[in-house]
Structure formats: C-alpha cells, structure tokens
Write a protein that binds this ligand. Structure first.
Ligand SMILES: Nc1ncnc2c1ncn2[C@@H]1O[C@H](COP(=O)(O)OP(=O)(O)O)[C@@H](O)[C@H]1O
Ligand SMILES: [Mg+2]
Length: 358
C-alpha cells in the first residue's frame, strides 16, 4: 500500500546551472503530496530525478530501503516498476488506439497473456471513466480524456507510487475538478503514494495531505496542508493565495525597488482553509487525518473562517494563552505554536534564506 520516499540534500545541476539544491522532504506512504512552484523552477526535473531518469549531483533518494541515486541500472529498472507516471501531455502514441496505448506497459514489461491484458486494460478504463473508448485514437478524444487515458496507462502495473506532472494544465476548471476527484478517489482505492506537480492553487489548497513549494532553487517549505495554508512565510503565503503582493514578481523575484515601494502595504489577509476534497463515496483514505489535527497539535490559529460550518474544533485567538503548557518538558515543546519551519519538522523546515536577500 504505497511506499515512503525520503529525499535528503538533493541537488540537481545542468552544467553550471543549479536547478535546485539541498532539497529534503519525505513523501509519507499512501498520502497525496503536491509540489508547487513558478514555471521553470525544476518541478519536472524533480519528478524525473525521483524515477532515476536524471542523476542528481548530490543527496539521496531512499525508496524501499534503497538509495536509488546509487543503485545499478538493473536494480533501478526494478525500482522503476514501483512507479506510475502521468506525463504533462499524457504522452500517448498518436497512431495507436487507447486500448493499445494502455496495454503498452503490460506487453513491454510482463509476460501476461492477451486475455489477462484485456481484463486489466478494461478495468483501468473503467476506473478512469473511459469505458467504451478503447478503439478511439488519442486525436479523437478531448484533452481531459487524454489525461485520463494517460492515467489509465500509469495504473496498469499497479504502481506503489504515482507521479503526476501538471495533470490540470490545459484543462478548464470543470475538467480539473473532475480530474481532482478522480485522483482523490483513486488514492483511496489503490493506497499508493501520490506526488502531484501543479501550479493550480485551488488544486493545491484542496487535494493534498502535504504541500511543498519550490522557489529560487530551494524547497521553500514542505509539510502538512494545514501548515502551509496557515503559514505567514511570505513566499508560501503569496503563492498559495495567488497574491500579487509579496516577494514573487512577474519574471521571478521582485527587484529591491519594487519591494521597497511595497513596504508598508499589508499582505492580503489569508483566506480560510477549505475542507479537503472528500472521496466521492465518502470513504476515508487510510492515511487521512481529521481536519484541524495539525493545527491543534501545534496550537496554530488558522485564518478566520477555516473549516467553517464543518463543526471542526480549531485553535482560536480567544483560546490562545489559556491552555499553554507551563512546564518545559519535551512534550510541552511539542505543543508550542509552530510557525513556518519551527521544531517538530526537522527535515521539512525552510532551508537557509530560501528566497530574497543576498
Ligand atoms: N535535460 C535538460 N538539460 C538541460 N537543462 C534542462 C533539462 N531539463 C530541464 N532543464 C532546465 O531545467 C529548468 C527547470 O525545468 P523544468 O523542470 O521543466 O521546470 P518546471 O517543470 O518547474 O516548469 C529549466 O531551466 C530547463 O531549461
Ligand atoms: Mg514542468
């Protein structure tokens, strides 16, 4: 039921260009994580590095007890079988119908009979809502259907890890909503570990259990959804709330003059934390935690209106100070309010000056 991926100190360069450095994060097994970042920050490069298509210059990627940056080609081939990948454009063969496209990994990597293959392909078509389309060519179906066909193909080898590269790019908001629902339902069914690269803020706010943000060649932050959606760290706050105010500019970072002129202008108020997208049959995912758990555990007051109407108990400003621990035991330290990157998340706090500054 999914495997954990533990990335430590990972650095990727092409020649003298550093794409990102010293990236550390753990994708908890069976959970959905989202990786965000402005275009060109190396999100696709990160996915390719995870599956061993690109070699990092430093660091490790532990999967199933093996550091896949160090294993031999033959072992890497085995590790890759744990992965299903949905590439940005679906990456289907244009001249083959959906059946053959989806059957491809089975014909390539297994010795299954055509009868077994048919059974699997039809099942994956059904899961992805594509029943009856097996004779269609990729060019004859909509963009949303092509993404789902790519997803069906990513599923045929029963992956423990599913990687999605911008599954929502090029889709209208309604198609994106359907796809997000499919992703959440799928995660509850197959219990694999999911990593979704996106720059859709709505997807990031509602779908995952964890969120990471790549910015200026560093992982600015990675942690539970509630941690990032209540964070006051400027880059995280600006990106997750799609605001113009903040350190991220039109090109990449704003220049000193621009930032100076913004001084004194308040960042917009943080919007309430929305409920996580539920499965369509109401089943709870194995790894799913109750809403508000992280906030309560860390005594963090979320933006006003968070989880409104859901009857969920979250820390409030009025409550602050009343139940503060007075002892200084390690347990007490755990209960202290945690701002961005405070204790308790050692591998996941923001690295040194991940943005702005010199
Ligand atoms: N194979 C490669 N060789 C050299 N540079 C590359 C290669 N792949 C990606 N890059 C560079 O890495 C940077 C990040 O690319 P990418 O991961 O595609 O960004 P994102 O997916 O976040 O938009 C870009 O500057 C891109 O030109
Ligand atoms: Mg990309």
């Amino acid at each position: 039921m999914g495997v954990e991926i533990k990335v430590e100190g990972l650095t990727k360069r092409f020649g003298r260009q550093t794409i990102w450095e010293d990236v550390s994060l753990t994708l908890p097994k069976g959970e959905i994580s989202v990786l965000l970042g402005p275009s060109g920050t190396g999100k696709s490069v990160f996915l390719k590095t995870l599956i061993g298509l690109l070699k990092p210059e430093a660091g490790s990627i532990m999967i199933d007890g093996r550091d896949i940056t160090k294993v031999k080609e033959k072992e890497l081939y085995e590790v890759r079988k744990l992965f299903g990948v949905l590439f940005q454009d679906g990456a289907l063969f244009g001249s083959q119908n959906l059946f053959d496209n989806i059957a491809f990994p089975l014909r390539e990597h297994t010795k299954k009979s055509e009868r077994e293959i048919k059974e699997i392909v039809l099942e994956k078509l059904e899961i992805t809502g594509l029943s009856g389309t097996e004779r269609k060519l990729p060019g004859e179906i909509s963009g949303g259907m092509r993404k789902r066909a790519g997803l069906a193909r990513a599923l045929v080898l029963d992956p423990q890890i599913l990687l999605f590269d911008e599954p929502d790019s090029g889709l209208d908001p309604v198609r994106t909503a359907y796809l997000n629902q499919l992703i959440v339902d799928l995660n509850s069914q197959i219990e694999a570990t999911f990593l979704i690269v996106t720059h859709d803020v709505n997807t990031a706010r509602t779908v995952p259990d964890n969120i990471g943000l790549l910015y200026r060649r560093h992982l600015a932050m990675f942690g539970p959804r509630e941690m990032l959606l209540s964070s006051n760290e400027p880059v995280v706050r600006q990106f997750l709330n799609a605001q113009r105010e903040g350190p991220i500019g039109m090109a990449e970072e704003k220049d000193a003059g621009e930032l100076e002129s913004e001084k004194g202008t308040e960042l917009g108020a943080l919007p309430p934390i929305p409920a996580q997208l539920a499965t369509s049959d109401g089943s709870t995912r194995v790894s799913q935690r109750l809403p508000g758990t992280w906030l309560r555990e860390h005594g963090v007051v979320p933006p006003p209106g968070s989880f409104d109407g859901l009857g969920i108990d979250v820390p409030t400003d009025e409550g602050a100070g009343r139940d503060e621990p007075t002892d200084d035991s390690p347990e007490a330290a755990d209960r202290q309010p945690v701002a961005a990157g405070a204790p308790g998340l050692p591998a996941q706090r923001p690295r040194r000056r991940p943005y702005g500054g010199a």
